[in-house]
Design a protein around this ligand. Sequence first.
Ligand code: SF4
Length: 206
Amino acid sequence: GSETNDGSVTAESVPSLMKHMPLCMNRLMQGVMSDHHLKYQGRQQLSLFLKGIGLSAEEALRFWQMQFTSGPGSMSIERFNKEYKYTFRHNYGLEGGRINYKPWDCRTILSKPRPSKNEYHGCPYRDLHRDQLADQLQKMGLDQGARLDDVLELSDRGEYQVACTKVFELMHGEKINALLKNGDTVDETSITHPNLYYSRSLYLES
Ligand code: SF4
């Protein structure tokens, strides 16, 4: 479809793809949309993820400029160009050492400094307080009850990727069951990469 990794993801279509993103990326998206800014680690985590889902360098610049320079209290386009344009181009290997940076996997995300106040990077299954996490999961459409408690329990035990995989299964339960019933194979291995969560979700929708 038009949302697959063929370069057709546009600056405007990114928010509509949030339903396919794991909680870490959902949080970063919510953060950039409400603050019109993201601090360094958050910019890196989200921009490399978006690169991985097929947002081109050109569309990425449009996306970040749009997010950073529109809305109340946001910065000017001049400031964006002066202070931020470089880093986003850099992530696409268009500046500096011209390294083609890869999207971070969960292990890399978990190895970074934890988010402090007004930062949204990291893994929410590790970094959010239990009640905040419950709140976020409910916003994602997971209802209260035993299933939610299971996820919170896994997070408490430090099983972050298992918790994330569980959320994926709960969110896509009907689709997964239909495929299994059909005799199709479904990848049920653990989520180890945000882009894996995304592509698995996209696949189930197609
Ligand atoms: Fe993101 Fe990985 Fe944490 Fe899931 S387990 S929220 S994909 S960092």
